[in-house]
Ligand binder design. Sequence first.
Ligand code: FAD
Ligand code: FES
Length: 356
Amino acid sequence: MGFLKSLFGPKEAKMVSVASLGAHFEVPSGQTVLEAALNNNVKFPHNCTVGTCGSCKCKLKSGRVSALTDFGYTLSQQEVQAGFILACQAVPKDALTEIDVESDGVVMPEAEKFTAKMVSSESMTHDILKVTLQLDRPLLYVAGQYANLSYEGLPKARNYSFADAAHLKGRGEVSFFIRKVPGGAFTEALFDGKLKDVSFEVDGPHGNFHLHPGSAPMVCIAGGSGLAPLLSVLETARRDRVDRPCIMLFGARTQADLYAMEQIKELAAGWAGKFVFMPVLSHEAADTSWTGARGLVTQFITDAMPDINWAEAEGYMCGPPGMIDAGIASMTEQGMRLEAIHYDKFTDESHTAKMP
Ligand SMILES: Cc1cc2nc3c(=O)[nH]c(=O)nc-3n(C[C@H](O)[C@H](O)[C@H](O)COP(=O)(O)OP(=O)(O)OC[C@H]3O[C@@H](n4cnc5c(N)ncnc54)[C@H](O)[C@@H]3O)c2cc1C
Ligand code: FES
């Protein structure tokens, strides 16, 4: 009887509670947690809505959800095991689902749309450009966030992280470090000089990567163009006289892929506390002048600051997905809490293409 009722009786309402946002709402059949939250005017963090950016990451406290696409493409294995889900890909299965959205009191500005022109494009390495755009009005962001860039004819916007320190009144000019992706629609056009005169649409700020308040030692790892959001966070922190112990590791393939080295040296010299910087090269030929670290950047986390208290330290990482996953595994192995690891994975279309 109970079975027949479940087949033919009225469908039980599926409710979701998000205590940290003070929200309780119904999720109609066929909708994801994120869709229902937004339809109920809940300010749930999000951006891509297709499971690739990680902005809607939240923790399942009770109840079960099914995943439209595997959470593990964007979240690390450790996060999935610890109960983290992506609200944009989660459909509740039970009458009540309780979830938690991380909140440390830092308020992210509302995203807006701006128009922009490129005012400079400077070569940082053979495949990374520093691109500066002049906006129609100042854009306010928290250091670590990113913007969605598009122009007429590009079917889908691309995400790029702000590279400069944040400014309290916003910035009229914004810069990005953009790496050339072979076969990539946006970056090939950019590197071919075809975007010099286009009118860009800049939609932002987006994302939740930022410096979390407190005094915990910071372990920062950047890979390739992932240096942009980390430099933005660290330059802002230096300006604000943050004196937390800081390790900064920068992973690159060869010496030719290292950039902003002078800026990092100045950053280290001007940091109010202890600052250790270690560049690590993964593909440098054995017979070159390089005397620094060789291997994968994530193998050097402990070497950089051996006396760090891992249980209270925080991790900040930006760059390619493989580096982030290895970094999470390595830091949690040392004893860092999963909740203390913050990152932006620079996913691209090839990651979306892998999804079923
Ligand atoms: C939060 C976030 C922040 C980011 N910040 C930065 C940043 O600061 N700097 C930066 O350089 N990048 C950043 N990225 C990455 C950036 O958004 C773009 O993904 C990247 O620049 C590639 O764009 P593209 O248009 O050149 O390539 P795309 O045209 O998107 O293609 C990317 C790659 O995928 C392959 N591909 C595309 N479609 C398919 C398919 N169907 N099947 C198989 N392969 C496919 C292409 O051949 C290419 O190799 C960020 C990404 C995220 C999510
Ligand atoms: S909004 Fe869910 S992963 Fe991007």
